[in-house]
Design a protein around this ligand. Sequence first.
Ligand code: BDR
Ligand code: CA
Length: 323
Amino acid sequence: MRKIILDVDTGTDDAIAIMCAIQSPRLEVVGICTVNGNRGITYTTENTCRLLEYLGREEIPVYKGCALPMVSTLPAWRRPEIPYGGKEFKAQEVHGDWLDLPPSKNKKPEAMDAVSWYIKTLSETKEKITLVPVGPLTNLAIALRAKPEIVENIEEIVIMGGAYAHGNITAAAEFNWWCDPEAAKIVMDCGAKITIVPLDATHKALVSGSEADEIEKGGTKACIAAADFIKRRIRGYAVFQPVGDDMTPVHDALAVLYLLDEGVCEDVHEMYVDVDCGHGASDGMSIVDVDHRYEDKAPNCRFAFSANREKFVKLLTEVLKAR
Ligand code: BDR
Ligand code: CA
């Protein structure tokens, strides 16, 4: 079993990614770190806890992470503890403040914070661990700054974040990297083996409403919740970011499914990728050196420019009903 740590800002697609990891008999989820992102840290942490309780997997530890980016000043509506509340479009938004599951009764985050736990776990482990951060990279960047040697015990970092030819929060930037550009840059330059699953790939791995119906027929709690979240995402994308009739990307799930079958991502190339931290119009933008202009920079990641939609939907449907 491959040991993994998830780092999430749960979120409907984070929730589906968590379920894919938990349901797979080939992955062992050592722990889940939470971070500010889709919502403030209170929301993303409770959403993660309520999902684990719903699935009956309370034994998986949750570590509450950073409530703010390292440096960036987020606009007011993206700051912690200020949800979208009160805005007209709330009901159609792709995540909602709280995941549409019962509030957690027993499952709570551990006493240790996410950064301290990363440092402790990656210092003490006898076996290398794969990290799958699918939210802003704040927790991991701070851990790497505090104790750079932990990189030795990282097997691979599979990141959902960044984009070559897309922007989903500004015209230039992908949301996770825009939330904390300095953190993304620190992680990109840390020297670990890194695979980037960017918007270019996730926007190829779209799921339809009828495919969500098929997923629901799988009958597990994970299948039922995932189908519901996909349908919510389809409604939200239709309003805010149309991607095709009755379709949605499920970004974070693609990063987890890549661990099960690398073939879900396509057009994967070794690349040097930088992050704009200039705090201007292109803040958080991925600078992807497709034409090898940085002669002095060796590739720092494998970057997936595309994905195989059929494989993605098949794998998603199979893993959610696996146990
Ligand atoms: C990323 O941003 C978040 O809203 C999603 O959960 C995903 O991780 C996509 O840009
Ligand atoms: Ca996310």
